[in-house]
Design a protein around this ligand. Structure first.
Ligand code: ADP
Length: 260
């Protein structure tokens, strides 16, 4: 499958209800067959990353967004299994500190973008500034609305500087989120992940959906497109993410430098 099947067309509106979060379209087979295909994909990815690192001229930034329990952490573990930690940087974006809030919203983000040769992964990102900030009315509407433009300009700057930006929206259904949150409560190994806010945030599902839909429609650009990854099935999500990354890096076609 090509990545275009999950890509949000620049300028198109997005209705998440029309996209099946439980889709397994294009997978090599059932869960077992798909899982079995992944190690070879990791190998391919590692080879591509090695060339990117050696070339040391361009970089890749993977941005992960999704509602609570959509699988951001699990996706990062999956991606990292296929990469060399030496050339990989993960950044997690939490509630901004006082110092961060005293700057423009991109200040903390720009500082954590990948350097030449690196693959950067953002667990949450500058998109929180048009998501949680919008849903909780943390700033005036005119302020967060202006951010779509700021974000597009910012990502265009990154692209011009040699960073390929790959934005992954992990699309889970409301039912699947419930199952995962219940599992967090029931399973002692997962309970540490559960927070009261998971329940209060879930009550705002429709507001988040509206915020995600507008984010996808307004900020999927040719330079930095969004991909809607059906994420109800973790095995399928992992395969889709690997497929997209191989496709993107393959197209970049990084080269080993000539011997000096
Ligand atoms: P997890 O990603 O596992 O849920 P946390 O429980 O620490 O990790 O959640 C981080 C919190 O930080 C989220 O609730 C997120 O919405 C919030 N956050 C991230 N960026 C911002 C921001 N710019 N403004 C306000 N809240 C933010």
């Amino acid at each position: 499958m090509e990545r275009a099947s999950w890509q949000v067309k620049p300028g198109a509106s997005v209705a998440l209800k029309e996209r099946d979060a439980a889709s397994t379209a294009g997978a090599p087979g059932d869960r077992a067959a798909t899982d079995a295909a992944v190690p070879a994909m990791h190998k391919l990815l590692l080879g591509l990353q090695d060339r990117l690192f050696a070339e040391s001229a361009r970089s890749v930034l993977i941005v992960l967004q999704g509602i609570d329990a959509s699988g951001k952490d699990g996706t990062i573990s999956h991606v990292l299994r296929g990469l060399n930690p030496l050339g990989t940087k993960v950044a997690v974006f939490k509630v901004p500190t006082h110092e961060e809030l005293a700057h423009d919203f991109l200040w903390r983000v720009h500082a954590r973008c990948p350097a030449a040769g690196e693959i950067g992964i953002f667990n949450r990102s500058h998109y929180e500034d048009v998501l949680v900030v919008r849903v909780h009315r943390l700033v005036a509407e005119a302020t967060w609305r202006a951010r779509y433009g700021h974000i597009n300009e910012f990502e265009s700057l990154l692209a011009d500087a040699g960073t390929t930006v790959v934005k992954l929206f992990l699309h889970v259904s409301k039912d699947e989120q419930r199952t995962r949150l219940d599992a967090r409560v029931a399973n002692p190994a997962k309970r540490w992940k559960f927070q009261e806010s998971d329940v209060t945030e879930r009550a705002r599902w429709d507001e988040y959906r509206a915020a995600f839909e507008e984010m996808l429609a307004r900020t999927s650009t040719p330079a930095a497109p969004w991909f809607v990854v059906p994420a109800d099935h973790k095995w399928y999500r992992n395969w889709v993410v690997s497929t997209i990354l191989i496709d993107v890096l393959g197209e970049m076609d990084p080269r080993y430098p000539d011997a000096r």
